[in-house]
Design a protein around this ligand. Sequence first.
Ligand SMILES: C[S@@+](CC[C@H](N)C(=O)[O-])C[C@H]1O[C@@H](n2cnc3c(N)ncnc32)[C@H](O)[C@@H]1O
Length: 228
Amino acid sequence: MTPYYEDDYVTLYHGDSLEVTDWTAADVLVTDPPYGRDWKSGSGMTNAEGRGRGSKAHGGIANDKDTQVRDAALGLWGRKRPAVVFGDPLIQQPGGAVQALAYVKPLDAGIKGAHAGFRRDIEMIYLVGPWPVGVGGSSSALTTGALVAGPRGLATRYGHPHAKPVDVLERLIAMTDGVVGDPFSGSGSTLVAARNLGRRAIGVEVSEEYCEKIAGRLAQQTLFEGVL
Ligand SMILES: C[S@@+](CC[C@H](N)C(=O)[O-])C[C@H]1O[C@@H](n2cnc3c(N)ncnc32)[C@H](O)[C@@H]1O
């Protein structure tokens, strides 16, 4: 299949990652799949019909009704190579997880839809497969220097409601070696982070709109600049 975008580091395919399987040739999986929570715009303020009341409606993420696409992709990947998989704390974790890290968002995040006054400011990052076991000194809470909400936030800047910060992805990718695979590329933060670290990456994204955003982001960005 012809890549949608290609440079010395990144190859991006437009398609369904269960059918376009070139990403399975990578050495490490670093991905942020549909969480399986049927997210819609303003889901933090969802009404009784499950519809968001946010002013900027978003129809939701492809294949986000349940965790089937995540679990099928992880099935293709297997458990013999390491995988880093983002997820929602309230949704069933992927099988074979050996460690759960938390992506702790900054103070501007998760204010809407708080329960009992607690912000929705944490997402999970599961480590699946063979990871070294031993004595550790790093906190499992990963923070970002990026803004998440508002006009300068990640979603607005990268045009994807669930864009992840490049600094957190760089930290995760730096724990690993080799080619990075991301079968749910979204706005391309994993691909940008890999390239920033001088690593090759193979991405797949089912939405052409997001492929366009990824290609634009990669084409514009100066190599190795530290963009969050
Ligand atoms: C949570 S988002 C990823 C966000 C990304 N980490 C970022 O920083 O922008 C998940 C993405 O998976 C895509 N997706 C869903 N099903 C897919 C499939 N079968 N193949 C490829 N992409 C898929 C969605 O369109 C969505 O953009």
